[in-house]
Design a protein around this ligand. Structure first.
Ligand code: F42
Length: 145
């Protein structure tokens, strides 16, 4: 079993702890917004350690859409590089955990469709994109059969 290295950010680490400790019945929304959050468990591309990242829950059928917005910060979140290297992830959606495979969306039409779904689920994404010159990366996580 690889070592688990928690997020250095207190609020992120605490959300992951509460979400997992409660078996997915507490800590499942983003602060005051009440909007649902998932936990993506993945592998660090440099440390090979287990990393756990809360993201907004954006669904497209059975798939999850993962948006590397990081509040419109100038750089991609580091988990983006982890998923590019190690696409096998686990997604916890409240009480259920799914093995999934993540794929970065590069096709412009597919990206446009998924971006609309993402903004509908979490409207601030739209403003985050205006804060940065980088194009916010989008992954689609698909069930492993
Ligand atoms: N972030 C988003 O980008 N999108 C969201 O929809 C989103 C929703 C959300 C909801 C709730 C919540 O609590 C947090 C939410 N966040 C969202 C924030 C998200 O959880 C991440 O904290 C944020 O995206 C930043 O991701 P990050 O991977 O850059 O995390 C930083 C703080 C971090 O943990 N850095 C680690 C560190 O030690 O500095 C590095 C972790 C790591 O993966 N290291 C790699 C390794 O090998 O282990 C090396 C990586 C490399 O290439 O250098």
């Amino acid at each position: 079993m690889a070592e688990y290295i928690p997020s250095p950010r207190d609020w992120v680490r605490e959300q992951v702890e509460l979400y997992e400790r409660s078996g997915g019945t507490e800590g499942t929304t983003l602060r005051d917004t009440g909007l649902p959050v998932i936990i993506v468990t993945h592998i660090g591309n440099k440390t090979s350690a287990v990393r756990k990242t809360p993201l907004m829950r954006v669904k497209d059928g059975a798939n999850y859409v993962l948006v590397g917005s990081q509040g419109g910060a100038p750089r991609h979140p580091v988990w983006v590089y982890n998923l590019r290297t190690n696409p096998m992830v686990e997604i916890r959606d409240r009480t259920v955990v799914y093995p999934m495979q993540a794929r970065e969306v590069t096709d412009a039409a597919e990206r446009a469709r998924l971006w609309k779904i993402a903004v509908a689920a979490y409207p601030p994404y739209e403003e985050y994109q205006t804060r940065t010159t980088r194009q916010i990366p989008i992954f689609v996580a698909e069930p492993v059969r």
